[in-house]
Design a protein around this ligand. Structure first.
Ligand code: SAM
Length: 221
C-alpha cells in the first residue's frame, strides 16, 4: 500500500520540512513504528498530523476514541499514548493482514489493554456501535466518508470532535471536474459532496486544516 499523498503536500515544501523535521519527534517504540511505516510506504498519518493530534488531545483530553482505518495501528497507538492508561480506542479495519500487523505493534507497545480492534467493513460495523465517543478519526476509503458521516455524527459525543483525513486529493478536489482522471472521479465527486454537506449543515461547526492531504475537523453546535 502506497501513500501517494505524503508526496503531494498542499503547503510549501519548506513549511512541510519544518512540520515534519523541525517539530518535536516521537521517541521510543512509537517513534520507531512511525519511521518504519514511512520507510515501507505504509499510509499512516504524516508527522504534521501527529503533532496536531498531540496538541488536540492535550487540549481536549478525550477518553474514548473511535477510528475508522487502523492499518498497522500507528495512529491508534498514538491516541492511546496521548490519553494515558484510562483512555480507550476502538479501531476498525477490513484488511486482515493490516490488523495482524496492528495487533503485533500494539502488543509490542504494551497498549493491548487500551485498544480494541474490530475486523470488518466500517459500513457494517458503524451501525452496530453505540454512542458516544469523545473523538472520532475517519481515515479509510475516501469515497466512503460521506456514507459514514451520519453514523459518525450519531456516535459522536455532543462536545466531541470528528476528524476526517485526506480530503484534498493533493488540492485537486477543487480542480475543474473535466481535468480529473476517470479513476479518481468517484473520490472527487464524493469528497466534494462531503465538503458541501459539512459546510452547509447548520448543526455543525467545521474547518479544513492543511495538514498532510487535508484534515476536515467537525464539531456539533
Ligand atoms: C490510511 S490507512 C489508516 C492509517 C492509520 N489511521 C494510521 O494513521 O496509522 C487506511 C486503512 O483503512 C482501511 N479501510 C479502508 N476502507 C475501509 C472500510 N470501508 N472499512 C474498514 N476499513 C477500511 C484500509 O484497510 C487501511 O488499512
Amino acid at each position: 500500500m502506497h501513500n501517494e499523498m505524503m508526496h503531494r503536500p498542499v503547503v510549501k515544501p519548506a513549511v512541510l520540512d519544518f512540520l515534519r523535521q523541525g517539530t518535536t519527534q516521537l521517541t521510543g517504540a512509537l517513534g520507531e513504528l512511525e519511521q518504519q511505516a514511512h520507510e515501507k510506504g505504509v499510509p499512516v498519518i504524516p508527522h504534521e498530523t501527529v503533532t496536531f493530534m498531540q496538541t488536540l488531545f492535550n487540549l481536549k483530553k478525550p477518553q474514548t476514541v473511535l477510528e475508522v482505518g487502523t492499518a498497522i495501528g500507528f495512529s491508534a497507538s498514538l491516541f492511546a499514548t496521548c490519553m494515558g492508561a484510562t483512555g480507550r480506542v476502538t479501531s476498525i479495519d477490513r484488511y486482515p493482514l493490516m490488523l495482524e500487523h496492528a495487533k503485533e505493534n500494539i502488543a509490542h507497545l504494551g497498549l493491548e489493554g487500551q485498544i480494541k480492534l474490530l475486523a470488518g467493513d466500517a459500513a457494517d460495523i458503524l451501525p452496530t456501535l453505540t454512542p458516544s465517543y469523545d473523538l472520532i478519526f475517519m481515515d479509510s476509503a475516501k469515497a466512503k466518508y460521506l456514507d459514514f458521516l451520519d453514523d459518525c455524527l450519531r456516535l459522536l459525543a455532543a462536545d466531541g470532535v470528528l476528524l476526517i483525513d485526506d480530503v484534498l486529493q493533493g488540492g485537486t478536489v477543487f480542480a475543474d471536474a473535466a481535468t480529473i482522471p476517470h479513476r479518481n472521479k468517484a473520490i472527487y465527486r464524493k469528497l466534494n459532496q462531503l465538503l458541501t454537506r459539512v459546510f452547509n449543515d447548520s448543526t455543525l461547526v467545521a474547518t479544513l486544516l492543511p495538514l498532510g492531504d487535508g484534515v476536515l475537523m467537525i464539531t456539533k453546535k
